[in-house]
Design a protein around this ligand. Structure first.
Ligand code: THU
Length: 131
């Protein structure tokens, strides 16, 4: 899948977002090493804390289908400002991906900003710290 296609997949998930409280739809598309793609959207809850971000929805779909080898994720916001993954999502991505994971941010104008998980989460804590 091209970067444009992955960003398009993330953008198309904005329509599936359930965000009646924040009114801040987010979509994500997570690409694995074998080319498979898992999409997600944010899903909010009246109790607030059970809400889940688009990125973690995509991670849960991928891992529960047996895919853990992530290479790229696109995150689409619905505003002109880019929507970078929150701290919790960065940590969850770091469980399954190295610093080189490509992170593509897409804004409402279709502009794309490229970064990496290593740039977003320097000094990560992961299983290596438990030994
Ligand atoms: N949100 C995401 O889906 N991904 C992020 O990384 C940032 C925040 C969602 C959570 C909540 O539903 C809404 O955006 C406002 O914070």
């Amino acid at each position: 899948m091209t970067k444009e296609e992955l960003c398009g997949a993330a953008c198309s998930m904005l329509a599936r977002s359930y965000a009646p409280y924040s009114h801040f739809p987010v979509g994500a598309a997570l690409e694995c090493a074998d080319g498979s793609v898992f999409t997600g959207c944010n899903i909010e809850n009246a109790a607030f804390s059970p809400s889940i971000c688009a990125e973690r929805t995509a991670v849960a779909k991928a891992v529960s289908e047996g895919h853990r080898d992530f290479v790229r994720i696109a995150v689409a916001g619905s505003t002109e400002q880019f929507c970078p993954p929150c701290g919790v999502c960065r940590q969850v991505l770091a469980e399954f991906a190295g610093d080189g994971l490509e992170v593509l941010l897409v804004n409402s104008r279709g502009e794309v900003r490229e970064t990496t998980l290593g740039a977003l989460l320097p000094g990560r804590f992961d299983s290596g710290n438990l030994t």
